[in-house]
Design a protein around this ligand. Sequence first.
Ligand code: SF4
Ligand code: SF4
Length: 79
Amino acid sequence: MGLGSLFKRDKKDKKQEVVEDSHIDINTDDCGGCEKCSIACPNNVLIIVDDVSTVRDPQVCKSCKVCMAICPNDCITVN
Ligand code: SF4
Ligand code: SF4
């Protein structure tokens, strides 16, 4: 393996890290659809669909974790 392939692998790892940073996991079994997360999110990432919080657009999530803090049922994990 030459230096070129090492650099390529580093770039790929960085890209994966960014995707993981914006990942939002919602435990829909515990979500009561109270809308607190969707109201609190400053970037309008979350919407309530069929009484369950749903990620509208993960790309605009800034990982501020306000939604995690406000959820009364601890349903949301933002990595
Ligand atoms: S981490 Fe912040 S920006 Fe992302 S969904 Fe939660 S409240 Fe919205
Ligand atoms: S704050 Fe929690 S329980 Fe309320 S809608 Fe959001 S994820 Fe569901």
